[in-house]
Design a protein around this ligand. Sequence first.
Ligand SMILES: NC(=O)c1ccc[n+]([C@@H]2O[C@H](COP(=O)([O-])OP(=O)(O)OC[C@H]3O[C@@H](n4cnc5c(N)ncnc54)[C@H](OP(=O)(O)O)[C@@H]3O)[C@@H](O)[C@H]2O)c1
Length: 258
Amino acid sequence: MKPIALITGASAGIGADLARVFAARGHELVLVARRADRLNALADEIAKTGKPRPVVLASDLEQRDAVAALAAELSSRGLEPQFVVNNAGFGLSGAAATLSRDEQLGMVDLNVRALTELSLAFVDSLARHRGGILNVASIAAFLPGPGMAVYYASKAYVLSFTEALHRELSGRGIRVTALCPGPVSTEFQTRAGLELPGAAKIIELPAARVAEISYDALMRGQRVVIAGVGNKLAVALMRLMPHTLLLRMVDTRTGSAR
Ligand SMILES: NC(=O)c1ccc[n+]([C@@H]2O[C@H](COP(=O)([O-])OP(=O)(O)OC[C@H]3O[C@@H](n4cnc5c(N)ncnc54)[C@H](OP(=O)(O)O)[C@@H]3O)[C@@H](O)[C@H]2O)c1
């Protein structure tokens, strides 16, 4: 079986840049997202750099059978993950009680359920190839998020689960890293229905930089990586602030930070 890096959400934003970084560092790739045209365009771009063309698997990871279908497809092609990058995810801005319940549960299916299943599905091959798992959380993982309640809670799950897995799998030689980006200008904001506020621009990083930082952290076996000095400072401040004040500041319905 040929070892590959499986990257979800590679059709846009941080995931597309993670694919570019993994390819540049010599990994063969399997790219996953719903939009096959976008994945194929990225696969062509990577092939033009002289690297092997990534395999493209279009999949809606909100669907219950998606991970089993991906695993079967990999196996039928003689491929098995050395690295799993759980990057696909989305957020929705608005009060949880008024946003669509179906869409919010879909977010849990993608951000939490699919990420969990993909983290656990390939442990044997990750161990065999001494590889790892990169799970994309957010600095939103460090606090509750009124105005994006389900999204923030989903990222808190990702951080908690990933830190625990880091410890559980270290004995098998598997690196496990939680990536916590701050604001990054991608399609995320459009889908979530929000704009990056002026204050967020100060700590914003380009997706390409976030991808490089997280690749290096994963290879070092770092448990958690907060991308960028500004975001590290923001998280340190959040930990010092009174909770009530923090909740008021985060409330996206008042148009403040997210
Ligand atoms: N941008 C930020 O400010 C920011 C900050 C912190 C954390 N993050 C996290 O970073 C990760 C990447 O976000 P991004 O900013 O790069 O957003 P993005 O540009 O919107 O990319 C999201 C990716 O997820 C894929 N995706 C969405 N729904 C999917 C589904 N049902 N099945 C399979 N793939 C799906 C999308 O592809 P298709 O639409 O083609 O399926 C796309 O490739 C997310 O987990 C996000 O929560 C982002």
